[in-house]
Design a protein around this ligand. Sequence first.
Ligand SMILES: Cc1ncc(C[n+]2csc(CCOP(=O)(O)OP(=O)(O)O)c2C)c(N)n1
Length: 704
Amino acid sequence: MNETTTEISRPRRAMASKLGAAEPLSTSQLLDLYRWIYTSRRVDDMELKLKKQSRVYFQINGAGHEAVLASLGMIVRPGVDWLYCYYRDRALMLPLGYSPAEMLLDAVGAADSSSGGRQMPSHWSVPRVNVVTKSSCTGTQFLQSLGCAQAGRYMTHNPAITPDKIKYDPEEITIVTGGDGATSEGEFFEAVNAACLETPHGQLPMLFVIEDNDYAISVPKSQQTAGGSISKFLAGLSTEGLLEIVEVDGTDPVACYTTFRRVEKRLREERRPVLVHAHVIRPYSHSESDDDRTYKTPQMREEEQKRDPLVNFPRDLIERGVATDAQLESIRRDVDAQIEAAAVAAVAARRPEAAAVTQYVTSPTVDPTSDRFATAPQFENLELTMIQGINKVLFDEMARNPGIVIFGEDVADVGQDELLKDIPAVIKGKGGVFKATAGLQKQYGSLRVYNSQLAEATIVGAATGMATRGLKPVAEVQFSDYIWPAMMQLVNETAKIRWRSNNGFSCPAVIRVATGGYLGGSGAVYHSQSVEATFAHIPGLLIAYPSTALDAIGLLRTAIRCDDPVLFLEHKRLYRQPILKSQYPGAEFMIPFGRARIPRQGKGLTVVTYGATVLKSMAIADKLAAEGIDIEVIDLRTIVPWDQNTVAESVRKTSRVLVVHEDVRSVGFGAEIAAWIGENDRSWQGRGFPALFLITESRLGPAG
Ligand SMILES: Cc1ncc(C[n+]2csc(CCOP(=O)(O)OP(=O)(O)O)c2C)c(N)n1
């Protein structure tokens, strides 16, 4: 079955048949379309004018993309559907009720804009109609929209989640847009693949809209996509019936509207994915800082102008007798006046206070460092290693919170649902390469516990999209050495969603990551790296790094119950250490973040450490005690935030500090601790600058 269809037509020729189609647009709908197309272009023009006056700092336009986007807006169910929109999507925002006044507040960076002045213009974020905050990254939206759609599917199939608890609608669809250039990002292919996968709970009702203007800044499509067409590139998926692909003239609003209406049934009723490849134009330069005359000839630019919907659509409306020139002129005058007034208001609008810049880096309401997360242990007669403790917390938290979803590479017990009944009689079940998730799928089913694709960006991107919807994904990255494909999501998305949307959205996902070395000789370089310093650099991302079973249990529960994204680092070497075992402290036990532990008190020297080097430091401290050296060991437990008070107090007492970490010496997290101690030396109450050393694990020697 080949579902690829081509609907490229010039608006003028197409109009008669489109107007007479089964679901013809009414006159008022056609005039609405014209109003949105015209408004979008004129807001662009106003922003360009304000840019020339240095009232705005950047401008990116939606010119030439208006027709496909305005018509897409007509099929959106505002507040029901979910949207991840590209920076060209001004004309999609208008039918959703996002006004020129709001757009211009965004453009000038007003305090009362959607990002509180933190984002560039046209980085849409409208919580009231489920337009999820977009970054400047060209491809990250695809995987987040995947997670959003997965969340919708999850909620539809999980009766424990009702719309009064988490917003969803059984008919919702997820719409994600992007340019032809953006389809070269690996995340696009990962998202299409995952959306098309047949799972026990079906495919995903995702509408991918590719706005193809032939260029990515100056790079033509011929250098971008093999064969020059993303829809032809993906044709195999449509041949298999996995994805419906439709090509359409994106400058023809009626053809686009008809296309979107036609694919709605597949999306809303059949819950299956669709890709609309819309051929548009880009009559303005990429942005105000680009000049397309440097790479397009005058003739090329003239050809493009001939397809401009702002010229062709009103002409067709008049020629078809839908509207008179006077009627259209009246719309234009009305819109112009509205935009003028909006610009005056935007220029006068309040700008953010400088102090507001640190607001909403983390949750303003849930503080994981607070006493609310300090619960006393109620020990049960159940002794657990660190990995068993992690597994037990996941079991208990899943029972408590139906919003928890667990996925990652190999985390499921089995790949086929029908094998679940064979556990444990016939097969043991996998449950993660380290067994952290063993038995969870058997207990909670494959809606809640499943294998992801072998794609770390997908794992984190999908977790990000799910968490934004209100679920609590606890995803696993198998080895920290392989977390890097997810770096873009973690740095630019997961960690920044709350801040950049001015608290409009949040992303409290938990990403569990096996990390660190000592894999019995077989670890080598790609199974032993320390990654905490890299991630500690990212505002908005909390990092826990337990060194005992008890801490892993308490900190993981805090990570799950708090409202911020947490990178939960689990040292592989500690997973099964008998010496680190603990009795299970009960299903409510939590340890607040940012509170260090002092496993050994001393007066002669402070050792500040975390993770696997805690155990090593303790062993050396015990040894040196015999030689009369009295060492205090501080286990930070969490890297972000880290407990400066406890360190300060100890340093004041000992006046000597040794910072120990497993990472390379330069620019590891230990360097941060050492720098902080040095920077704050004046606060050591006149006791002088403390002797300060940074030591890496390799220097601990065999005794460690
Ligand atoms: C990941 C990433 N790489 C590079 C950029 C810089 N950049 C911004 S827009 C753009 C071109 C995007 O082209 P396309 O997706 O075709 O959309 P268009 O601008 O043509 O509508 C580039 C390279 C970016 N924002 N993000």
